[in-house]
Design a protein around this ligand. Structure first.
Ligand SMILES: C[S@@+](CC[C@H](N)C(=O)[O-])C[C@H]1O[C@@H](n2cnc3c(N)ncnc32)[C@H](O)[C@@H]1O
Length: 427
């Protein structure tokens, strides 16, 4: 991880931000590593992301949160847009004051954290010296003079006393239901994706779009570049695209790259096309094992994932969980069939087609026999079998199976999938 983070720090713009998400296993080691790479003084936040609420653990406090570290390319002046949400109406802010007209007004700090020697922001204004509190003025002296003339500066009763610093007074009286508060570094309003979430693609570590949306909105502007060097199924890319940012995604796994390409096509309506990409539209995926020859050499698990995802299916989570079935296709419009069953189990949707994948030159009759048994066990009426080719016996058995049991097995070759000539056979 270190060499990768060093490179990411190297390409980070001065105004840019670097976010690193991890859990309790690694967070303390990662923080030390990132401090060394980016510099402690470029560290801005440790965000606590509470992913879940529903977990119990008889042996310890349930582990509910992950950690997201934020480092920036410079110490001040980097892109950051505070996020405001409606405040809790039942709470009265301690920053309220009573104006000369007897109404309540909210006030805000005129200073920012950290000292500076630059210009007047580090120098006293009206005998108040922010440096004595390790702070600086957030506004020019002339702006504060203007506000004072307009009666918009709240002066402390005892000037100079501890905490007695002038503050900016709101122009309008305080209305509790209109109060906005800034989202802090504890995020409890974004749940991890559950098994039935609409945006879920079956990619095990997929993050919620809302999380990436929040990060990208806060730390970049339109047309800025978002780089996710571990982008999995491309959540950051979709969020960046939706927010009109430019983006680059990197992932070591060909499966992940296939999933994200499909997602960018399906969800964002982008074309995977070199020409389009050259004109600032569309996108390209580089360095994938596209050829049959390359597909023969990737690990069987990667091959299975590739095939299932290429068919628009969802790979099985575990490789042993569902004997003889490597993935499932859920037809558009599938609906939960048993309301009582625990949501969170994909089984709760009964409308699905099994996929079996074999990274072999010729799928033979015994392979088909096993798939037939698996389909009968799961009471499926239609299924798909992927291989490089099928023996004559295998194809005859598929035919006889249909005559005997009225169950359809669709044989699909890798060549057909690569040529994208299978769409009509999937319906
Ligand atoms: C936690 S997942 C990212 C999930 C992603 N945020 C999403 O929403 O789908 C981490 C990803 O990093 C990829 N990865 C692991 N090592 C890598 C490396 N050395 N270079 C690039 N990607 C890598 C994995 O293949 C995996 O897809």
């Amino acid at each position: 991880m270190r060499p990768r983070c060093v490179e990411l720090a190297r390409v980070l713009k001065k105004t840019g931000s670097f976010y690193y998400h991890c859990d309790w296993h690694a967070s303390h080691y990662v923080k030390v590593m990132l401090d060394q790479i980016f510099g402690e003084s470029f560290f801005q936040n440790e965000v606590i992301w509470r992913r879940t609420n529903a977990r119990s653990d008889p042996d310890r406090w349930p582990r509910l949160h992950d950690v997201i570290y934020l480092y920036t390319g410079c110490q001040r002046g980097y892109t950051f847009a505070p996020l405001l949400i409606p405040g809790d109406e039942s709470k009265t802010p301690h920053t309220l004051i009573t104006g000369a007209d007897g109404l309540k007004y909210n006030t805000s700090d005129l200073t920012g954290s950290g000292m500076t020697d630059e210009g007047e922001s580090g120098r006293p204004w009206r005998d108040f010296n922010p440096a004595s509190f390790g702070r600086h003025w957030g506004y020019s002296h002339s702006q504060m003079d203007e506000w004072d003339v307009a009666g918009l500066i709240h002066w402390p009763k005892k000037p100079g006393a501890a905490g007695g610093f002038p503050r900016k007074r709101d122009e309008e009286p305080f209305v509790s239901h209109a109060r906005m508060v800034q989202v802090g570094d504890v995020w409890t309003d974004i749940d991890r994706l559950n098994q039935t979430a609409k945006e879920r693609l079956g990619y095990p570590t997929q993050k919620p779009l809302a999380l990436l949306d929040r990060i990208i909105k806060a730390s970049s502007k339109e047309n800025d570049i978002v780089l996710d060097a571990f982008c999995g199924c491309g959540t950051a890319l979709v969020a960046a695209q939706n927010l009109n940012r430019q983006w680059i995604g990197i992932d070591i796994s060909p499966t992940a790259c296939r999933v994200m390409a499909k997602r960018l096509r399906d969800v964002c309506g982008l074309r995977e096309d070199e020409n389009y990409w050259r004109h600032g539209k569309g996108f390209v995926v580089r360095d994938l094992p596209w050829t049959e020859k390359q597909l023969r050499t990737i690990p069987p698990f990667e091959f299975e994932n590739w095939a299932v995802i290429a068919l628009g299916g969802i790979p099985n989570k575990t490789q042993v969980g569902d004997m003889g079935i490597d993935g499932r296709i859920y037809p558009v419009g599938s609906e939960p069939s048993e309301a009582g069953k625990e949501a969170g189990q994909l089984d709760f949707m009964d409308d699905w087609y099994p996929i079996q994948v074999k990274q072999m030159d010729k799928v033979g009759r015994p392979d088909i026999d096993k798939f037939e048994a698996a389909m009968m066990r799961r009471k499926r009426k239609k299924g798909f079998f992927v291989g490089f080719d099928f023996s004559g016996d295998a194809l005859r058995e598929i035919d006889q199976f249909f005559r005997r049991e009225h169950i359809v097995i669709v044989p699909l070759t890798v060549r057909e999938i690569l040529d994208e000539t299978i769409a009509h056979r999937l319906v």
